[in-house]
Ligand binder design. Structure first.
Ligand SMILES: Nc1ncnc2c1ncn2[C@@H]1O[C@H](COP(=O)(O)OP(=O)(O)O)[C@@H](O)[C@H]1O
Ligand SMILES: O=C(O)[C@H](O)[C@@H](O)[C@H](O)[C@H](O)COP(=O)(O)O
Length: 234
């Protein structure tokens, strides 16, 4: 979505589309007419993205994919949303135009610039269904804003890890995005890496594994956390 498009309104959010066809694994195609001996085709499950069955959950879940610009948030979060069958929100779509203009010019945002944006995202969280959202959430204080004091809501963070040089290269190669490589130095100056006491945050390394390998890593973390918290297979 470009910065000029209107992002969806929080109130419009709905829960996961439980009417959607699941992964399709194990489904078969009905024969064209009864009584014929046509063998249904066997679906090629290697091309079907795996999904978790999240139709019955004890909690509301909000997964926030974090990291500096070009760390892979959008790529990973979209894949995660598909995996969970949760709505996906691109946090950057909620930056006011003034913030976008600054970032286009590689001018770092200040805490004040980010305050309204983070408040909007928090508001979104309080009113949403299950959700996968991207947000750079560079500082501990920003993550604290996104943590909700609601025991029924599991807010969990993924931090996509990679060094500045790698992200500078990715940002330079990425086309058609307002955030260029000139932002990386200030993003790393602002970055407060996850503290040991941030037990709701999970670090996923992204170097040398490509988008697919990273997505696999994210899915593995999410699966493990949700299995534990939801009591699956216990
Ligand atoms: N794990 C990865 N390894 C290598 N390149 C990646 C990885 N994740 C994303 N990319 C690439 O880096 C660029 C930035 O990814 P993107 O998902 O837009 O990041 P962000 O949303 O954090 O800015 C894209 O061109 C994307 O294809
Ligand atoms: O807090 C910030 O300074 C911004 O949120 C920034 O970290 C974000 O990364 C940019 O909006 C670029 O967007 P992408 O992260 O999608 O590249």
């Amino acid at each position: 979505m470009s910065a000029n498009d209107s992002p969806p309104k929080p109130a419009a959010l709905t829960g996961p589309d439980t009417t959607a066809t699941p992964s399709g694994v194990g489904t078969t195609t009905a024969p064209s007419s009864p009584g014929t001996t046509t063998t249904p085709p066997i679906p090629d499950t290697t091309t079907i993205p795996p999904t978790l069955d999240t139709t019955t959950l004890k909690h509301r879940w909000i997964w926030i994919v974090t990291g500096p610009t070009a760390s892979g948030k959008t790529s990973a979060a979209k894949a995660l949303a598909a995996y969970l069958n949760f709505p996906f929100i691109e946090g950057d779509d909620y930056h006011p135009p003034a913030n976008i203009a600054k970032m286009k010019d590689s001018i770092p945002l200040t805490d004040a610039d980010r305050a309204g944006w983070l408040a909007t995202l928090r508001d979104y969280e309080t009113r949403s269904s299950n959700l996968v959202m991207t947000c750079s959430a560079l500082k501990r204080a920003y993550r604290d804003i996104l943590r909700l004091d609601d025991v029924g809501v599991m807010v969990r963070f993924i931090f996509l890890d990679a060094p500045e040089e790698e992200l500078t290269r990715r940002a330079a190669e990425r086309k058609g995005h307002y955030a260029g490589p000139g932002l990386l130095k200030s993003q790393f100056e602002a970055l407060e890496r996850p503290g040991e006491d941030e037990g709701d945050l999970f670090v996923v390394g992204t170097v040398g594994r490509g988008v697919e390998g990273t997505v696999e890593g994210v899915r593995g973390v999410v699966r493990g956390v949700m299995r534990r918290e939801e009591g699956w297979g216990v």
